[in-house]
Design a protein around this ligand. Structure first.
Ligand code: ADP
Length: 921
């Protein structure tokens, strides 16, 4: 079985005669069926360089109507429907590998009976916004792009966050916000290099484009660019649309045959925690609990409060409380009893699994990647590699520890702030620190005598059942809104918790699993995942002329009918005739043209699957899941039907699931039985992921600040402010953001109890989505875990704040404002104390803190003077947040002011004097 069917087809990356014809598959370059191939090896600068030196490609666009214009693709025989079977990487032992577990507590000796998943011997195989439905961010990117200087701070914050957390956060500001620094130069140099490489790729010649909406990561962008895809924005037409949020129905309706988008309509049925639970609960009622006991018992509050109390009286807690549409551990807390849950917002309350699988005493959970390329017929792949996330603090069931998120939650976005969090620094260290790979976990468990075969089959089962439970609504939406069968695909991030009996529990399904990377290991897994995903779903390698032809055809069809269009271009009459004859001789129903297209498409896709393992259909899938499908049309049924009535009876009857299964797995067909049987699938999950060429860890370099320069510029800024210049909203927000960023860094490096309290108080008053969880607010525990939690809350606050700040960008320098370029330079070198001094001085002179409010055009309440001195600004901060927007007497609000010393009175004097001078000016 090939780890990647592409492996064998591609020549080794060290071979100088690399043929660009290898960058398309499923058809010859320029033909209608050809799709682009994506590989990780060109992420490596050396391979890229070699490509630049040795390759050229010419796509004769006039021949783009299906005729070949270059040498045959080496993926396998053209027109041959059988999968490409190549070398079997599972025979490659991993030699001399040391298995080191968490905190390097245990060591296993050389395990050489585990093979590796080989990626990119020419091919490849596999966190803001992010994971989850809450992926939101401002789309003012293009506007921001024009204001390089203004955006200096955003990139700076990203860097600082990355430095502090090692996390490659995904925000709008990330790579679109240019900066005037050496770092930017470096970034641009590398992106120039990427583009140069891309210029020689077929995708560039064919002018294939991609568009990001409300999501992006450096990794995705890099992969697209090096493969020659060009980014487009606004209303421009695209070949691939990658969005972090649900699709607009209008966008879906207008898709052309060749366009691909990374979501299905109504995917929220799977990806919203509450919807997912309700869909599965319905299946429990309809099909029996024993078939769908895959999620912890849950209740949606406040609606189901009584049911929760009833359940609690039957089987006592603890319960885990989650906001219905949030992600990355935001707002989650654990309670012992329902009366500890506030009733003011809609939350999902789930039975807390108290006996999780632990590695060296640390709770862990899994992130596995699931690709659905079609809902009817249902085609589901599970990526061979996943991520195992470990909690930083050793697990202890004692109720006193329920407050501790670094013990009970495995989210990276929380644990990364814990000072004991360990990141592996080498792509080969798959079982070091607090992030492992799935294959490393399986090998670890196998060594301990666990039945990993059964575990993985159960995980496949949970995935398939979750998709079946939600499919019906998605299929209806596809029929209504998606014009072409291959337009949509979706990569879901399934979060799975394994209990100590090795039973997997589905926790949630993420809409846009994070493609951010925090380590070389993360980079390897995600780069392989993305390249394999793109190859598998298939971005048609069509020339612009062919695309306009399809665009006009789409418009014509759309105006005449709303029916889904099917790609008949793949049909070949003589092949069909011979297939029909053959099917008949095998006792199978004759195939319609649509059946043939689906079958051919599924087979071609399978040959491109890379590291994806098809889990539905498989040889036994009809036997296992057939009874959950409507007997007439094969649609998964999740609503009670009146006897004899089938789902959407008015729609032409078909049973694509049955058709596909019979034709793929019928006796005597060239079926994929061998390399898709249970044993092969499990072997693939257990193998370590290997790549031929190293994938560089895409981490930004940090610009060194010059302390002295910072001090010099600070004096300049203070002087300017003193003589009448004011900071714009944007500049003030930039400064505040960078200041809090420094505080955040300090909290994780040298936790300080008093500062944590101040931050908690500030966030509590500020409100919004960054309020500390209820139990946490009361905890007196001073510990690394508490610091981590405070840092996480502050990190979340900063993320939202930065997003909001983008809408304040100054488009030009105006009278009375500190020039953008001068201020950007200051921000570049400013230390925490410099930022604090400017914020304090500016507040004391202007008497307001507009950066604390999101209301341009509304009046900002006046602020009393801030005392000077180290951390004076920080200590005053909680008292400065006005929830009512009225003028306050701060001394009533904060004890800090009551104890103010002379210093405070002096400052008050000075600032009052300065304000009156300004007023008289
Ligand atoms: P989010 O989308 O915010 O990450 P999850 O549902 O994935 O929310 O839960 C976050 C973490 O909480 C998981 O990593 C897991 O460790 C823990 N968790 C969630 N639900 C349960 C549960 N029912 N029992 C035990 N632990 C849970």
């Amino acid at each position: 079985m090939p780890a990647s069917s592409l492996c064998d087809a591609h020549i080794n990356s060290s071979d100088k005669s690399l043929n660009l014809d290898d960058w398309v598959t499923s058809g010859k370059l320029g033909s209608r069926e050809a799709v682009l191939v994506f590989r990780t090896n060109i992420l490596n600068p050396k391979t890229r360089k070699m490509l630049l030196e040795t390759t050229h490609v010419q796509v004769d666009r006039k021949k783009g109507d299906g005729q070949a214009c270059s040498t045959p693709n080496e993926m396998g025989p053209k027109g041959d429907l059988s999968p490409t079977i190549g070398k079997t990487p599972q025979n490659n032992p991993t030699h001399g590998k040391l298995y080191v577990s968490v905190n390097k507590l245990t060591k296993f000796n050389n395990v050489d009976n585990f093979a590796t998943k080989s990626h990119d011997s020419f091919s490849s195989c596999e966190e803001v916004s992010s994971d989850g439905d809450e992926t939101q961010y401002n789309e003012s990117k293009s506007r921001a792009k024009h204001h390089k200087n203004n955006n200096l701070f955003m990139a700076e914050i990203e860097d600082n966050l990355a430095k502090e957390s090692g996390h490659d956060s995904i925000t709008a500001s990330q790579s679109n916000l240019g900066i005037n620094t050496s770092e930017e130069d470096q970034e641009e140099a590398s992106s120039e290099e990427d583009n140069e490489c891309g210029i020689n790729m077929p995708a560039h010649q064919l002018q294939i484009t991609y568009k990001f909406i409300q999501t992006e990561t450096k990794l995705l962008r890099k992969i697209f660019n090096v493969h020659g895809l060009t980014e487009v924005q606004g209303e421009s037409n695209f070949n691939l649309l990658w969005t972090g949020v649900h699709m607009k129905l209008d966008t879906l309706r207008n898709l052309s045959l060749y366009q691909r988008v990374n979501h299905f309509p109504r995917s929220y049925e799977l990806t919203r925690k509450d919807r997912l639970y309700k869909n599965i609960e319905r299946m429990q009622h309809l099909r029996g609990m024993k078939h769908f006991d895959i999620v912890p018992q849950s209740f949606i509050l406040p609606l189901e409060s009584r049911d929760l109390i009833f359940a609690h009286n039957k089987h006592r807690g603890p319960w885990i409380v989650k906001p219905a549409a949030s992600s990355r551990g935001r707002g989650i807390f654990i309670v012992n009893s329902p009366d500890q849950i506030p009733q003011d917002e809609q939350v999902l309350v789930s039975k807390y699994i108290v006996d999780p699988l632990c590695i060296d005493g640390h709770k862990c959970d899994l992130r596995v990647y699931v690709l659905v390329t079609s809902f009817d017929p249902l085609i589901i792949y599970l990526y061979e590699e996943g991520i195992v996330r470990l909690a930083t603090v050793r697990y202890d069931r004692n109720a006193d520890n329920l407050w501790n998120p670094c013990m009970h939650l495995c989210n990276y976005s929380i644990n990364k702030y814990h000072s004991d969090y360990i990141r592996s620094s080498d792509a080969h260290d798959e079982d070091v620190g607090h992030k492992w790979t799935l294959s490393a976990l399986l090998r670890h468990l196998k060594l301990q005598g666990c039945d990993t075969h059964l575990l993985m089959l159960n995980i496949e089962d949970v995935i398939i059942k979750a998709v079946l439970a939600c499919a019906q609504t998605i299929i209806s939406a596809c029929r209504m809104f998606v014009p072409n069968v291959n337009n949509c695909f979706e990569l879901y991030g399934f979060d799975i918790l394994i209990d100590n009996t090795l039973k997997p529990w589905l926790l949630e399904v993420n809409l846009s699993p994070s493609m951010g990377v925090d380590s070389p290991l993360d980079t390897k897994v995600k780069a392989c995942l993305v390249t394999d995903l793109l190859t598998c779903v298939g971005i048609p390698a069509l020339s612009p002329e062919m695309r306009s032809h399809y665009d006009s055809k789409t418009t014509r069809l759309r105006s005449s009918s709303c029916q889904r269009q099917t790609d008949t271009t793949e049909s070949n009459t003589s092949t069909h005739r011979s297939t029909k004859i053959k099917k008949k001789s095998l006792g199978l129903a004759p195939l319609t043209q649509e059946d043939q297209r689906i079958l051919r498409s599924a087979r071609l896709q399978y040959t491109r699957r890379g590291g994806f393992v098809r889990v539905f259909p498989t040889d036994d899938s009809m036997q296992r899941y057939g009874h959950f499908l409507d007997s007439a049309n094969g649609i998964p049924i999740s609503t009670p039907t009146v006897q004899g009535q089938t789902f959407q009876t008015l729609v032409t009857q078909h049973n694509y699931n049955q058709m596909l299964h019979s034709n793929l797995y019928c006796p005597g067909s060239r079926c994929i039985k061998d390399d898709n049987c249970q044993e092969s699938r499990i072997r693939q999950y257990e193998r370590a992921l290997e790549t031929d060429s190293e994938i560089p860890f895409l981490k930004k370099q940090i610009v060194e600040k010059c302390e002295e320069e910072g001090r010099r510029l600070r004096k300049q800024m203070l002087k300017k402010i003193g003589s009448g210049s004011t900071l714009t909203h944007f500049q003030a927000r930039q400064t505040f953001c960078l200041y809090l960023e420094s505080v955040l860094r300090r909290l994780t490096q040298e936790p300080k109890d008093s500062h944590e309290k101040i931050i908690l108080k500030f966030l509590n008053k500020y409100g919004g989505g960054v309020k500390p969880p209820i139990l946490f607010r009361n905890t007196q525990n001073v510990s690394k875990a508490r610091s981590a939690m405070v840092a996480k809350l502050l990190g979340d606050f900063l993320e939202i704040y930065k997003r909001d700040t983008e809408s304040y960008v100054d488009s030009f320098d105006h009278f009375g404002m500190i020039p953008t370029s001068a201020y950007s330079l200051f921000l570049m070198h400013a230390q925490e104390s410099d930022l604090e001094a400017v914020l304090t001085h500016h507040t004391n002179i202007t008497g307001i803190m507009p950066f604390l409010y999101n209301r341009i055009g509304f009046s900002v309440p006046p602020t009393p003077p801030i005392p000077s001195g180290l951390h004076g600004f920080l200590r005053a901060l909680p008292a400065m947040v006005s929830t009512s927007g009225v003028v306050r007497d701060v001394s009533k609000y904060d004890g800090y002011f009551k104890n103010c010393d002379k210093n405070y009175e002096n400052v008050q004097d000075i600032s009052l004097r300065s304000r009156s001078t300004r007023g008289s000016k």
